[in-house]
Design a protein around this ligand. Structure first.
Ligand code: HEC
Length: 155
């Protein structure tokens, strides 16, 4: 009896979260979930980019190790948001303009540029001892953010 009981409890413990996850997932992510995902990633990119920008603008002292750590994070994060920019989110309230869905190839190529330019920034930042060594690569990333926001982001 003891064994059977223990087995029943363990089985229930295993089954419960799986059932809950399955119910939650339903038939996969909903359009709103894609929007939340991409906004979350963009927020994380902005969170890490902010202190780097402050160092470049000399509003904060340059800390080479911190700059490099954040550059590394941004380079990784840049590989993530495209997964959330799917056409079934058209019409869901967000800060993405409808132009995204009319020019998805251009949008995706800008996202690729972000990956390339943030990777270049991360390698420039690795082992850099002065701000001068990271500024050109940083500026290129900043232009990539701004270029895409000008075309495709709205308030
Ligand atoms: C290829 C286009 C593209 C690039 C490149 C890009 N963004 Fe964005 N970003 C967007 C779009 C579109 C949104 C609006 C997303 C939404 O609301 O669904 C956004 C939103 C944001 C937001 C607000 C998040 C929110 O919840 O609305 C921040 C912060 C942000 N981006 C920072 C950055 C930074 C920093 C960079 C450069 C390191 C960058 N982005 C590069 C397209 C881009």
């Amino acid at each position: 009896v003891k064994h059977a009981l223990r087995r029943a409890v363990c089985t229930a413990a295993l089954a419960l979260p799986l059932a809950a996850i399955a119910a939650e997932e339903g038939g996969g992510p909903k359009p709103e979930d894609f929007v939340h995902y991409r906004q979350g990633v963009m927020t994380a990119i902005g969170w890490n980019f902010g202190p780097m920008a402050a160092m470049v603008k000399k509003e904060m002292p340059y800390d080479a190790a911190e700059f490099a750590r954040r550059a590394e994070r941004v380079a990784f994060l840049a590989t993530l948001p495209m997964e959330g920019f799917v056409p079934q989110t058209k019409g869901i309230e967000s800060h993405a303009k409808d132009a995204v869905w009319d020019n998805l190839d251009d949008f995706e190529s800008r996202m690729k540029d972000l990956e390339t330019n943030t990777a270049a920034l991360a390698s420039a930042a690795k082992g850099a001892s002065d701000l001068g060594a990271v500024v050109p690569a940083f500026a290129k990333v900043g232009e990539t953010c701004k270029g895409c926001h000008d075309e495709y982001e709205q308030d």
